[in-house]
Design a protein around this ligand. Sequence first.
Ligand code: ATP
Ligand code: MG
Ligand code: MG
Length: 343
Amino acid sequence: IVHWTPFFQTYKKQRYPWVQLAGHQGNFRPGPEPGTILKKLCPQEEACFQLLMHDVLRPYVPRYLGALELRSEEPPTKVEAVAAAVEASQTATDNHKNNNVNNNNNNNNNNNNNSNSNGATACKDSYLQLQDLLADFDQPCVMDCKVGVRTYLESELAKAKERPKLRKDMYEKMVQVDPTAPSDEERRLQGVTKPRYMVWRETISSTATLGFRVEGIKLAKSGSSKDFKTTRTRQQVMDAIRRFVEGYPHAAGKYLQRLQAIRATLRASSFFAGHEVVGSSLLFVHDDRAAGVWMIDFAKTLPLPEHLERIRHDAVWQVGNHEDGYLIGVNNLIDIFKEIVGD
Ligand code: ATP
Ligand code: MG
Ligand code: MG
């Protein structure tokens, strides 16, 4: 059962409230050791973290401490977690290339039912144990920016194109955001196809134009907001980021430096050259003293197909070229922070 409380959760034993700005609440739990969190395991993401721990990008992603299996709702103990991590790391290496075709980011299909010694059935879930990026901060402000010019995989678009039915529900969502979006034909039919809707949806935020969008912001002194679905223009995005760093005069400069270091490292990374990075975020965290940015969420980061050795990440996406526009997003973020620092 997923319990929905608005994007905010206080973990026992921690001195700070843990903030989650995206994804299902049920996908995260406190980790077995302090300073770590558990995210529901997706094999694709696990494979990425295994590679990233040996890549030049390592300083810019959360530390990965292994996979482990836990019964649902049971708090992990340290001993149990270490044993499970050893076991899991031996079985989970070969999934990466194999997952290339039909990855659908379904985190919930790794439940197996195991009988325990009492004969009762316990449900087990697999998790990735990750560094909690908030752990070193005091009353942190947090921003999640989803990077790239699209947030769906080429395979997801291809699947949507297989039997494109007219969707009334998608037509209605479209009209709600922008009554002028449907074509005359779509208006007459009162429906749009799913691929059409997927492509359109990236144009209501800054994703298609700036190569990133704000997913959520949590300020230290107020609640979190995910109300950025239609934050689209450069000016709107800049205003949101300005509010995010307001009152923390050191933050923008530190973010700028860190983003420049990330960009330089991306250019040197063999992991980055050989992967299509979709739906991944940059997580910005600051408090009164410090500020940092990390790359998170690799559930839709896939190795390129065999015939492609590398992509540029700053080229225009055309169906089939696998370009993700990740560097377009990073470049625009750098420009925006430069402007904020210059104020
Ligand atoms: P979605 O695909 O909808 O973006 P997801 O289930 O893949 O969600 P993530 O994007 O990885 O989950 O994380 C969701 C949120 O949890 C992030 O926006 C961030 O607030 C928080 N989070 C994720 N990983 C970490 C981490 N290592 N340290 C601190 N916070 C994290
Ligand atoms: Mg995410
Ligand atoms: Mg995700």
